[in-house]
Each structure stands twice: as C-alpha cells, then as structure tokens.
Ligand binder design. Structure first.
Ligand SMILES: *Cc1c(COP(=O)(O)O)cnc(C)c1O
Length: 388
C-alpha cells in the first residue's frame, strides 16, 4: 500500500490555524489591520517600500498593468513558459500580447531573444510598453540586463514572481524591485506560502502605490487631498477611476502573516530536497535544473527533462507510469501561445520553438515542504525503474 505523493502542497500548522481563528473572533473580517500587518511583513522581508495585498496574483497582475497605463494599442511581452495569467493581464487591459522564447538552461525568457526582438520591434515602431519576466520555478530572471534594456528601449517591468517569494537575486530578496517597476507574488496553495487564494503587488514608486490602492477597491479614495473639489464630510468618498473589488480578507492575511514567519523554514527545506534530488538523480538520462550563480531559487518546482533518445519510452508513457505509481507529476507549462484562445488570436505551434521543445520532454516531480525523505526516495526509485 502506497499513498499518493502530489507534486506540491501547502503546509498548515497550529500557529497558522490559531492566527485565522483569532481574526474570526475579531471585529474585522476584511479591510482591517491584519491586511496592514501582512503587507508590512512582506515589504520588510523584501526590502521594498510598498506592498498591496489582493485577492490573487491574477488580480495583482491586472492592476499592475493598469497602474502603469497599459491600454489599447500597447504591447505586453512575456514568456510562453508560464501560467496563462502572466499574458491574460495584458488582454484584460485591451492591449496586445506577444512572447519572448525561453533560455534552455534556466527556462526563463531568453535575454538574447529579448534583445533581438526589441531590436526588430524598434525598427518597426512596435516596442512593448511592459515586459513581464516570470521567475520560473523560483529562479530569478537576469534582472540587471532586463533593467538595462528597459532603459534603452523605454518599457516598464512587472516581475511575475508568483513562484519566487523567498528567492534571491544578486543577494537581495526577489520582490525588492531594484530592477523593476513592480513585482507580483501568488499565495495559491501550491506556491511557497499560502493564503488560500491571494496575491500581492510590490513597488518602490509612490505614484503606482496610490493607483494600486484605488484600483484594488473600485477606484475609490477617501483621501481629501486626492479629491476633485472639497470633501462633503466624514462619509464622503470619490470614485476617481474604474477599479475592482480585488481585496484580500483579513482571514487570509492572518494566515499569510503566520506563513511569512515560516518562509525561511519552507525555503530551506525545499532547497535541501532539491539538492538531495540533484544528488540522487545524477546518473539518470535526464537534465537536472540549472542554477545561475546570481540566483538562489525558492524552489517552487523541480523540473527534469527526459533524454528521449536514450529512453525507449515516450514522454507521455513516462508521465503515465509515474502517475500509476501514485506519484503526482505535472507539467509546467503548456506554452501559452499554443492554447486555443491564443491560437484564435493568431499564434501557432512553431512560433516559440524552444518553449515547445521544452514542453515535449519536461516533467515537474514532487517538491514541497512536507515531502519526507522516504517519499522522495520513492519518487527517485520509481523514476530509476521507469527510465533505465
Ligand atoms: C500561480 C501563478 C499565477 C496566478 O496566481 P493566482 O494567485 O492563482 O492568480 C500567475 N503567474 C504564475 C507564473 C503563476 O505560477
């Protein structure tokens, strides 16, 4: 009898539960102080000025795009090797979306491909307004180069750091926004820390912060200094733009603050398990994850690539045999441009061949805080049996 090993899962302890229960007994279930505390904890950890908690990373990406003024006629570029939300946020704003193919070492968007595409776009007068680099699996993109290109070509940068809270780039926490305008985290249960559903936008720019706060809550302000004309009194608010209800509840924020206290422990366990995989899997016909020396991944995912020429099985067969052994492998990601919705707006198979080659042999194997060494050994032994 073996039990099912998922590819990822949350870890909730008694401290987390107590934090949620305390909010349930309090006066504020939403729009209370627990939100401020969670935002402050993340901002302090990342070394960034402003943090705005929202209902999901998808909402965070949407209002981040709106805050920088992305609109019709504008272009948003991102990686095809991501969850659809990194691209959809551009479409929500009426903008056009395009992709930059990946680097086959890091699986992040390729800086060489980006340089080439920017050069072409500048000749054709269709430069992007915003680039959304995705820190795939928790490993940072080359942000210093991206920042230099953003200066040269005049685009803004929103880091999709959904995988990456707890990771570092050049020794600083991902989310510090040293090389970007904004960064976004996700707190979905498969990510590094969780609030059930939830996300956050980080920035050092006060102008963006003011806008994000309004966009999170209907475009409304209660600050008389921002109003047109005089305030009518204590009850008064003004809607200055079209916003949303993208608020996080205090129940979620209390869980988030409690999880933040456990972040270092979460990431160090993931790092330990990743290193252990590196060691245990070293002689199999697979490519192990590459780490750039400038980065310290948060290890959201552990992705292997099968050397299909050396294995007498297909990608699908390996996948199914692992699933039959109750090992919940997954595939991150189906290249976004190949989704039917994106094909309907003009993309096709063949457009971003590196992300497609990666998709043809990549597998995410189980990695999460609570993965025991015994279960990890079971993953390794099954892989060995299937591949050799
Ligand atoms: C999970 C994820 C998102 C969306 O996060 P939600 O909080 O579920 O909206 C966006 N981008 C990437 C890269 C993700 O992994």
């Amino acid at each position: 009898m073996t039990s099912y090993i998922p590819y990822g899962r949350q870890n909730i302890n008694q401290q987390d539960i107590d934090a949620v229960v305390a909010v349930l007994h309090s006066d504020w279930l939403t729009q209370g102080r627990a939100i401020d505390r969670f935002e402050q904890a993340v901002a302090d950890y990342c070394g960034v000025k402003y943090a705005i908690a929202v209902s999901s990373a998808t909402a965070a990406l949407h209002i981040a795009c709106l805050a920088i003024g992305l609109g019709e006629q504008d272009y948003l570029w991102t990686s095809p090797n991501t969850f659809v939300a990194s691209a959809n946020c551009g479409l929500y704003c009426g903008a056009k979306v395009d992709f930059v193919d990946i680097d086959l070492h890091t699986y992040n968007l390729s800086i060489e491909a980006l340089e080439q595409k920017l050069d072409n776009a500048s000749k054709q007068g269709c430069l992007p307004k915003v680039l959304v680099p995705v820190h795939f699996a928790g490993q940072s993109c080359d942000m210093e180069k991206i920042a230099a290109l953003s200066q040269q070509y005049g685009f803004q940068v929103i880091e999709d750091a959904s995988h990456a809270i707890g990771g570092k780039y050049q020794g600083n926490a991902i989310g510090c926004c040293e090389f970007s305008d904004l960064a976004v985290f996700s707190f979905h249960p498969v990510k590094i820390i969780t609030t059930g559903e939830g996300g956050m936008v980080l920035t050092n720019r006060e102008d963006l912060y003011e806008k994000l706060i309004r966009l999170r809550s209907h475009g409304i302000t209660r600050n008389p200094k921002l109003m047109q004309g005089e305030s009518h009194g204590a009850w008064y608010y003004q809607q200055l733009e079209l916003g949303f209800n993208y608020r996080m509840t205090d129940i979620q924020a209390a869980l988030g603050s409690s999880q933040m206290q456990r972040l270092e422990e979460f990431v160090s366990r993931r790092r330990f398990l990743a290193q252990r995989y590196n060691y245990l899997l070293q002689n199999l016909p697979i490519t192990l994850p590459h780490q750039h020396p400038d980065t310290e991944s948060s290890w959201h995912l552990y992705v292997i690539r099968l050397h299909l020429d050396k294995i007498h099985k297909t990608h699908l067969q390996v996948f199914e045999e692992l699933r039959q052994a109750d090992i919940g492998v997954n595939l991150h990601y189906i290249p976004v441009h190949t989704q039917p919705y994106y094909q309907n707006i003009g993309f096709k198979w063949g457009d971003f061949p590196k992300s497609e080659a990666y998709y043809a042999d990549a597998i995410s194997i189980p990695l999460y805080y609570g993965l025991s060494k015994e279960d990890q050994n079971r993953v390794v032994e099954n892989l060995r049996g299937i591949l050799t």
